[in-house]
Design a protein around this ligand. Structure first.
Ligand SMILES: Cc1cc2nc3c(=O)[nH]c(=O)nc-3n(C[C@H](O)[C@H](O)[C@H](O)COP(=O)(O)OP(=O)(O)OC[C@H]3O[C@@H](n4cnc5c(N)ncnc54)[C@H](O)[C@@H]3O)c2cc1C
Length: 318
């Protein structure tokens, strides 16, 4: 073995040993297609489940020491990962960072909790305000980053404060105003990790909350292609009005341009909802990106409108 190869092997052994010492669940060369709702994405150097703030702080020190890219994700329901994978460490939050605490009508939940579990727990406690999120398949952390919304409501409307970790490993609390919530975006992306959020809800009857959740879920089922892998809406709705709210529907524009059913490789513009690209048969990230370009070009040439991506692209990082 030449010196360069042996240095590289030693470096790999060192960082792998250190990761193993930090977290109990570590997988190497883990295909990210297993961790994204698109079922697309090459391998990450490592995939780590962390269970505490202490472990996350150690991950920050690990990154400093080994200079490897590190990224926190949730359930991978709003991301398109490169076919070449991620040349670094992907971190997900497990049980210890997915707990929920009730204090009257205020609820503080760990960022790793799924929106489905959160909304069901709120229902059990007769708390209203998050019914719209029932059926959105991500975590609270991802929902805050994206300021998720549906049926005219957004998560930013019920958040009072957020606990997060900076890239230096400091744990800080910020207010709703500091989070910069806007249509399908926030200023939270600049931090290393969202840890938990406090939500202000309203007391209401279980029957009413459950009926609303069921109604909205039924609507979701009737309009979205839920049986095929996807990452939800690919594009943001364009033309925000002066009030900052979304205007025209991206799905309607794509449909009107005759793009439903358009395909590149295994990626297809859904017949059911034109703003969804579905992985209908072993699609690659490149298939999806090429289809995105095709849709954007056609919509631009036929309507003059430039569609902006809602999904996040995760490049390999070199
Ligand atoms: C079938 C389907 C339906 C959907 N319907 C809707 C809908 O109605 N409305 C809507 O708004 N969205 C919808 N989505 C999109 C998606 O579910 C949401 O954006 C979701 O909240 C993303 O959460 P996630 O945990 O999957 O985040 P991921 O996709 O894993 O990550 C999204 C971004 O957040 C970052 N991130 C995640 N967690 C953390 C954390 N703890 N700390 C720091 N950064 C973090 C990631 O790095 C990434 O940049 C839908 C998706 C699908 C597949």
């Amino acid at each position: 073995m030449n010196t360069e190869n042996s240095d590289h092997s030693k470096f790999k052994m060192d960082w792998q040993d250190e990761l193993k010492a930090i977290a109990s669940k570590v997988k190497y060369d883990e295909p990210l297609s297993k961790h994204t709702s698109f079922s697309i994405g090459g391998p990450a150097l490592a995939f780590v489940e962390v269970n505490s703030i202490g472990e996350l702080k150690s991950i920050v020190s690990f990154r400093e020491r080994f200079k490897l890219p590190v990224m926190v994700i949730g359930r991978g329901t709003n991301i398109l990962v490169s076919d070449a994978g991620y040349n670094g460490v992907i971190v997900v939050l497990s049980k210890g960072l997915s707990q929920i605490k009730f204090d009257g009508t205020q609820v503080t939940a760990g960022a790793g909790i799924t929106l489905n579990r959160l909304t069901k727990q709120l229902l059990q406690n007769s708390l209203s305000g998050m019914e719209f999120a029932y059926g959105i398949p991500g975590t609270l952390g991802g929902a805050l980053i994206m300021n998720v919304g549906a049926y005219g409501q957004e998560i930013g409307e019920v958040v009072t404060q957020i606990l997060l970790m900076t890239h230096k490993g400091e744990v800080i609390t910020i207010s709703n105003e500091q989070a910069g919530f806007d249509y399908r975006k926030s200023d939270l992306k600049q931090y290393f990790c969202i840890l938990e959020a406090t939500l202000q809800l309203k007391r209401d009857s279980k029957e009413k909350i459950e009926a609303e959740m069921k109604k909205l879920y039924k609507e979701r089922q009737s309009k979205q292609p839920l049986s095929l892998p996807s990452a939800g809406c690919v594009f943001k709705n364009p033309l925000p009005s002066a009030s900052g709210q979304a205007g025209a529907s991206a799905g309607k524009l794509i449909d009107e341009c005759g793009l439903k059913g358009s395909k590149v490789g295994g990626a297809e513009v859904s017949q059911r909802h034109a703003n969804f690209i579905v992985n209908s048969s072993s699609a690659t990230a490149k298939d999806v990106l090429d289809l995105i370009d095709l849709v954007r070009e056609r919509v631009k040439s036929q309507t003059g409108i430039e569609l902006e991506l809602e999904i996040q692209l995760i490049p390999r990082e070199h």
